[in-house]
Design a binder for this molecule. Structure first.
Ligand code: 5AD
Ligand code: FES
Length: 348
């Protein structure tokens, strides 16, 4: 397996068959070799700097009914909430003072937030915090809407593709969501000029090793600026309540492979990874990730943005995550930096 890993580290691409054997590899020494290669490539570009994004979960209303997600519209038990523009701006102000220079506005697909409201909110954030980047993560929209957000000053957009296999996609989503539209949205975002992020869950129901290889090939071709991956974790009020979680080992392996495919990619060590293992986020960094996304949402709503069971970072002190994260990164010899953290070729 070491030849395959060496080849990936050098050429940044493998054949489908090679991806499959690497994903299947469970040999401890080979995996440690993979980890070292990934850590080295990340360090050659970013040193020991870790970029922070302040995550603002501004609505948990969603018109979609994805089978895996705790805020799906059929979950009648979810306590729904929406933040006002003013509340979002308060989070940014608080975040700015804590050293955040990127704000990620994430929410369900909630028609209450019209394009006008999103545009206004983005404009206001960019005018009050001109040295900050704004990332949107609000789902599938028409290209014209994306263009309006971009023209209002939004810098980046996260839209996980969830799975690159159309067949697998149909097992995770109701019929009214199509994999073609998802991919079209990603293409549009990139064309418009967003730093664009895709991604998927590791160990989602019905996922095969071949599906994962297809996700890697998609990432290899699409060349996103950001990739978000984390383990699938069941939520008790969804159809997938009895499914198994994705594993730490598989998520770490995939983080390292993605780092080697795209050496410069902005790759978060996610909350879901920290939820399945108390040291998950630290390990994510050691396996090639270079971004963390502490929670900046008002503490009153944190417990309500439950995409999966036992989600961490729902504590009642607003600044806790920021400092917790700093300590965690320092404990493994890394440091969080106060910077926008743009994709290396696009730095402002
Ligand atoms: N487990 C892990 N991740 C999930 N997401 C949604 N539901 C779950 C779950 N049960 C992820 C999806 C989505 C992102 C915001 O959160 O990949 O794109
Ligand atoms: Fe949120 Fe530690 S990062 S509590």
């Amino acid at each position: 397996m070491t030849e395959t890993i060496t080849k990936l580290a050098k050429n940044h691409t493998l054949s489908k068959q090679e991806y499959i054997s690497l994903i299947n590899c469970n040999d401890k020494e080979s995996l440690e070799y993979l980890r070292q290669k990934a850590e080295k490539q990340r360090q050659d570009i970013f040193g020991r700097d870790i970029y922070m994004r302040g995550l603002i979960e501004f609505t948990n209303y969603c018109k979609n009914d994805c089978l895996y997600c705790g805020i799906r519209r059929s979950n009648k038990k979810a306590q729904r909430y929406r933040l006002t523009k003013e509340e979002i701006l308060d989070c940014c102000k608080n975040g700015y003072d804590l050293g955040f220079r990127t704000f990620v506005l994430q929410g369900g697909e909630d028609a209450y937030y019209t394009d006008d409201i999103i545009v206004e909110t983005v404009r206001e954030i960019k005018s009050q915090f001109p040295d900050c980047a704004v990332t949107l993560s609000i789902g599938e929209k028409p290209k014209e809407s994306y263009k309006r957000y971009f023209d209002a000053g939004a810098d980046r957009y996260l839209l996980r593709h969830e799975t690159a296999s159309a067949e697998h996609y149909s097992l995770l989503h109701p019929k009214d969501l199509s994999p073609e539209n998802r991919m079209e949205c990603l293409k549009n975002l990139k064309e418009i000029g967003f730093q664009t992020g895709c991604g998927f869950m590791v160990g989602s129901p019905y996922q095969t090793v071949e599906n994962l290889a297809e996700d890697l090939i998609f990432i290899d071709k699409f060349k996103p600026h950001m990739v978000g991956i984390g383990p699938f974790i069941p939520h008790k009020d969804t159809p997938f309540r009895n499914e198994k979680s994705g594993t730490l080992e598989m998520t770490l392996k995939l983080l390292a492979i993605i780092r080697l495919i795209l050496p410069k990619v902005m790759l978060p060590s996610t909350t879901a990874l920290g939820t399945i293992n108390p040291k998950g986020r630290e390990m994510g960094i050691l396996w090639g990730a270079n971004v963390v996304m502490p929670n900046l949402s008002p503490t009153t709503v944190r417990k309500k943005y439950m995409l999966y069971d036992n989600k961490i970072c729902t504590g009642d002190e607003a600044a806790e995550c920021r400092f917790c994260m700093q300590k965690r990164m320092e404990s493994i010899g890394y440091k969080v930096v106060v910077s926008r953290g743009d994709y290396p070729d696009l730095q402002k």
